[in-house]
Design a protein around this ligand. Sequence first.
Ligand SMILES: Cc1ncc(COP(=O)(O)O)c(C=O)c1O
Length: 442
Amino acid sequence: MSSKDRKTTNSRRGFLKKSSAAVAGLYLSTLGTRRAAGAKLEALALNGGPKSVTIRPDTRWPRFSEEAAADAAKLILRPSYKPNDQFEAMWKARFNCPFARAHCNGTSALGSALFALELPRGSEILVPSYSTWFPLSPARLLGLVPRFVDSDPKTFNIDVNDCKRHLTSKTRAIMPVHMWGLPSEMDHVCEFAREHGLDVIEDASHAHATKLKDTYIGNWGRLAGFSLQGSKPLPSIEGGIGVYKNRGDYERATAFGEYLAPGTFPEDSPYRKYDKTAFGWKLRMHPVSAVLVMHQLKRLDEQNAITAKQVRGVNDRITQLPGLSEPTCRPDMKRTYYWCNALFVDEKKSGMSRDTVVKALAAEGVKATAFEWTLLHTYPYFQEAKWWAHQPADPGELPGANLANATAISIPLWFADQPELVEQTAKAFEKVWAHRDKLGKV
Ligand SMILES: Cc1ncc(COP(=O)(O)O)c(C=O)c1O
């Protein structure tokens, strides 16, 4: 082939490539319009039209296999604590972390981690008010006090920019939470902590096997705690695990919750002499939980992928609709989904109130709800001085957390591959949006 022929062929190939891309683009853009037009032809279920969703989501969770149940039964017939050691070894290998301890739940893992920090009584911990109270109850018993900060309305996670205004002479640590499976911006959190000399403790209870920049969530902070309770992405029935970067933290956290642990520490451990009395509670994992969670750990990636496929299938379509978005996940993050598929409705851009959207979706068969989370600082527990080394401060305005609460809706996650349900759910949103002009005026 001459160079002229080659040029002609190449340019023809280039033309064909470009024109087929243009056709595909046209197809894709008209597909949205056709879908919307098709959706508009159907009356809303709210007005007596057919329901979009007719398939029941398979929300059964946790899903333990027959094999896991058989292994649990074997353990019941020949009781032993060995599964706890096996689970810790499995975790360390899987997540590439040097020290881990199985606990009876996430609360005890996080409480033991706080003990390990050896913070003086009255120390303050920066924690988002949009979070759970679980690690804060043990914090109180250690004389630690939460200092509530705002969250990013686009992620539900700690707003590092707001932390500065809450720093005091007593601030010693920061405890981000990776809400609903989305990693917090741990690079920014750790930088802020370094600048201000704070320890970082991660509440990673919603975010098993998630990552930021190729580092697993839980491995960013000095230490971390995970819940393995039955609703979590990595479930036992009740369980937790603490992970630590250094031996001292591991030994203190472990000795806080396991009276025989100090005797197992190396000869040179300063905590060996505390064997039997140890330091506090008895918080070890039930070994049946260890058996169950090891089976789950083997299929964690597979299950996270099933959930992600479902959410992407729905969200990639519906976030094209005006005024509907999902939490922002940075390209260098790998997230999972816990509790629900949370979305945001911008009432102005969508032309509908959040309540109208929820009502119309519910009629279509999508179990949508306005997704509002009680901010921690509003609970009586955090407003009464008598429980605390000192009164937790009123954080003042938290516009980010309030905006998240004012705009979020939740739809269910399901845990099996159900492509038709993905199609029906997306269609329900498209149908509601196709009627938004009229709905907005109701
Ligand atoms: C964010 C968060 N942290 C900690 C916990 C406590 O975990 P556990 O219930 O295993 O004690 C939970 C439990 O739901 C949680 O959601």
